[in-house]
Design a protein around this ligand. Structure first.
Ligand code: GDP
Ligand code: ZN
Length: 317
């Protein structure tokens, strides 16, 4: 029998099996040792094969005996120089980054690093500007400036208030039939928004009371929450995680993940132009005449500087 891993903490999993039942599962010992060096071999979003025994009650754990090939996965390296890595989720179709203009302010540096990493993973991303009910006119104007910038590059943007519900209904359409990862700095209102989007989600989380999973809801874990419209869409919430970790990238590769830099960069004199000092650089010319927005270029330079300094930032601020 196959199934979808919808919850995971330590060695315990909840798998939605093909018969539509959520079942507690454990990983077979040999499976834990196989494959690449990760602290967690099976993650939320994985399609797995489980042993089904005849006459087994729904409360009894099944064993996961195989993981089906992944379309993609989001990985975070444990620490600098560490060979071990932690996979956050697999088979992601889309990602939502929840941002705020104030209380707290999400920096464009953070947004751009997030977007570049999402590009590297080929995960389409949309930006959600939350707390619009709070913003003074200047903040609203700044938000519109950012929305113009990001929509022009190709990232859909949404204006919402998780508090008042403004704009939240329209988001549901963007979640239909997809597995969407939700990210954002703490305090931006991610939990409030998820509760708004999926009424009763807290109830649902608390309702998993399989005897084998005592304490599951007290620890930090990733979970997939079904979108309440039977479209097969899920939202993935990863508490305590702000974004994807930055991937290893070659210097000349970084601009590939800034779509507008990549496009303009095709006209640079040198094919391996880093857009920092080279003569005939079309990107620097575009920044000068405003065709490329300065904040984006600054974010790009920041990533290059991290590489030069040998800094590795598993999670960036
Ligand atoms: P999380 O850390 O991203 O999950 O953020 P929370 O959902 O816990 O929200 C952080 C704080 O912001 C809480 O006090 C929320 O009540 C508040 N908050 C969330 N969304 C909004 C919003 O749209 N407008 C206003 N005014 N406050 C919000
Ligand atoms: Zn260049």
């Amino acid at each position: 029998m196959t199934g979808l891993v919808i919850k995971n903490t330590g060695s315990h999993y909840i798998v939605l099996t093909e018969d539509g039942v959520e079942r507690p599962c454990l990983a077979k010992g040999n499976l834990r040792l196989r494959g690449f060096r990760s602290t967690n071999p099976i993650v939320v979003g994985d399609h797995v094969v489980v042993d089904s025994l005849p006459e087994q009650s729904e409360e009894e754990p099944l064993y996961i005996k195989d993981i089906l090939p992944r379309k993609n996965y989001i990985i975070r390296r444990a620490a600098n120089l560490s060979k071990e890595s932690h996979i956050l989720a697999a088979n992601i179709d889309a990602s939502f980054l929840v941002c705020t203009i104030a209380a707290p302010e999400t920096s464009t540096t953070f947004i751009d690093r997030f977007l570049a990493t999402a590009e590297a993973y080929r995960v389409p991303t949309e930006l959600i500007f939350n707390k619009v009910d709070l913003y003074a006119p200047e903040a609203l104007a700044y938000m519109e400036e950012l929305i113009t910038l990001y929509e022009h590059i190709g990232y859909p943007c949404h204006r919402v208030s998780a508090e008042t519900g403004e704009g939240v209904g329209a988001l549901i359409d963007h979640l239909k039939g997809k597995i969407t990862l939700f990210s954002g700095h703490s305090g931006v209102g991610k939990s409030t928004l998820i509760n708004r989007l999926i009424p009763g989600v807290e109830l649902r989380t608390g309702s998993i009371s399989h005897a084998h999973f005592k304490g599951m809801h007290t620890t930090t874990f990733s979970q997939m929450i079904p979108i309440p419209d039977a479209s097969g869409g899920y939202l993935i919430d990863t508490p305590g995680i702000k974004g994807f970790g930055m991937l290893e990238m070659e210097e000349a590769e970084v601009s590939h993940y800034f779509p507008e830099l990549f496009e303009v960069g095709a006209s640079c004199r040198f094919g391996n132009c880093t857009h920092t000092h080279e003569p005939g650089c079309a990107v620097r010319a575009a920044v000068e005449d405003g065709a490329i927005v300065a904040s984006r270029y600054i974010s790009y330079l920041g990533i290059l500087e991290d590489k030069e300094g040998g800094k590795y930032r598993p999670e960036y601020k």
